[in-house]
Design a protein around this ligand. Structure first.
Ligand code: CTP
Length: 404
């Protein structure tokens, strides 16, 4: 999505400017070109030289630099971009944007542009919550300025609360989503999608169960991204703390058997994404009453294998969805196991992710995946789970357009 996109990055004077080099690196990794304007304040936190080295472009600082004006006027600078990103955006630059001030190169470029603008606010919690900043934020939103973050956490000033600039991967995700919405808007209108998400709980007795560490973040994000592209989405989910995405029809289940039934009821559908971490085993003859301890004697749990929902939905037949996508959660031999899973379960695509301890995939916010299809393996960069979902939804949309 960011391939060949031209981003004019305005770096204003906040401590979060130290994250900008990483942001530039991540954007360029994804094929975007980045040109920087740095304010006087911004240059206190990050050197123009490092921005120039990382972006591979000159860095613009002065409104009245003869050199800049002869080579690249501020108007051209602001028009030759696909989007202007202000990161970090201080309370000061937000106020200047609202007032239409143009007292330096950054504010002049923002006033002279006809391109979309995104801001990543970053400031002290009191400055962020101040009515002046909140009212400026509302005015900017009303003017269709895109806003990413801020998040909550420890702030550089020693206080805790809202005001931390959004994480670099979330800014990248917001840009991706912005371009995706613009280019693929409505790409899945009229398409029915079924998504499974979260873990399942397999009861041992009325108070205990077998489960796993799945958070449901990835599956829920996929359901949200498909719905954003216009799909009619049914989300069948095990117990999670994730909010139900807007515009998605949700079916809550607990066990693998219930998930299977809910999926069958949701057929026919055009696309299925099985992102749930379905428990592999259920307890055979789970007890109707609580198992009591009995003097050190261990209860014997007899396990029985759960139905494989992905394999069952992939079976050839009139009800088979046109595109069936599974996940492969692996700790060893990722690609080998993913390819084997694709063949064994007869699904069309497998999203392979490494869930070893240390990767932070289970429960975490980012994911590094490979997409395994009949054509081969695509290695995707590390993305937030939201960005993985958006990219997958865009791929699904492109596939469906091609096969319509
Ligand atoms: N899956 C499913 N039903 C099951 C088990 C798995 O639908 N009973 C789906 C998952 O949603 C995922 C894919 O199958 O899309 C692979 O799941 P994974 O846990 O990686 O593999 P398993 O099939 O459980 O095999 P193993 O645990 O041996 O790796």
């Amino acid at each position: 999505m960011l391939e060949k996109k031209r981003i004019l990055l305005i770096v204003s004077g906040g401590i979060a400017a130290v994250k900008v080099p990483d942001l530039i690196r991540r954007l360029r990794e994804r094929g975007a070109s980045v040109r920087c304007i740095v304010t006087k304040g911004g240059a206190q936190f990050v050197t123009p030289l490092s921005l120039a080295a990382l972006s591979g472009e000159p860095v613009y600082q002065d409104l009245f630099s003869l050199k800049d004006e002869s080579e690249m006027g501020h108007i051209r600078l602001s028009r030759e971009a696909d989007i202007i990103l202000v990161a970090p955006a201080t309370a000061d630059i937000m106020a200047k944007m609202v007032a239409g001030m143009a007292d330096d190169l950054a504010t002049t470029a923002l006033l002279a542009t006809d391109k979309p603008v995104m801001i990543a606010p970053s400031m002290n919690v009191m400055m962020w919550t101040h009515p002046a900043t909140q009212s400026n934020l509302q005015i900017l939103k009303d003017r269709r300025v895109e806003v990413v973050g801020p998040g909550a956490g420890d702030l550089a000033c020693g206080e805790v609360g809202d005001g931390r600039m959004a994480e670099v991967l979330d800014i990248v995700g917001a840009l991706t989503q912005f371009f995706q919405k613009r280019e693929h808007k409505g790409g899945l209108v009229g398409v029915r999608a079924l998504v499974t998400s979260g873990p399942t709980h397999e009861p041992i007795d009325p108070v205990r169960y077998i489960s796993n560490r799945s958070s449901g973040k990835q599956g829920h994000a996929i359901a949200a991204s498909l719905a954003e592209l216009g799909a009619h989405v049914t989300l069948v989910t095990g117990p999670t703390h994730e909010p139900v995405p807007n515009g998605v029809q949700v079916v809550h289940i607990e066990t693998a058997a219930q998930m299977m039934n809910a999926c069958r009821t949701a057929l026919p559908t055009d696309v299925v994404v099985c992102a749930a971490a379905v428990a592999d085993w259920a307890v055979d003859g789970a007890n109707g009453s609580k198992i009591k301890k009995s003097g050190g004697k261990m209860p014997a749990l007899k396990l029985t294998e759960n139905p494989d929902i992905l394999a069952s939905l992939s079976q050839p037949g009139p009800q088979r969805p046109g595109l069936v996508i599974g996940f492969a959660a692996e700790t060893d031999n990722l690609l080998e196991n993913a390819r084997a899973k694709r063949a064994a379960k007869k699904c069309d695509w497998i999203v392979a992710n490494d869930v070893s301890i240390g990767t932070g995939t289970f429960g975490g916010d980012s994911n590094t995946v490979h997409l395994v299809t009949a054509e081969g393996v695509e290695e995707w960069p590390t993305l937030s789970k939201r960005a993985v979902a958006e990219r997958l939804a865009a791929r699904i949309s492109a596939h469906i357009q091609r096969h319509r």
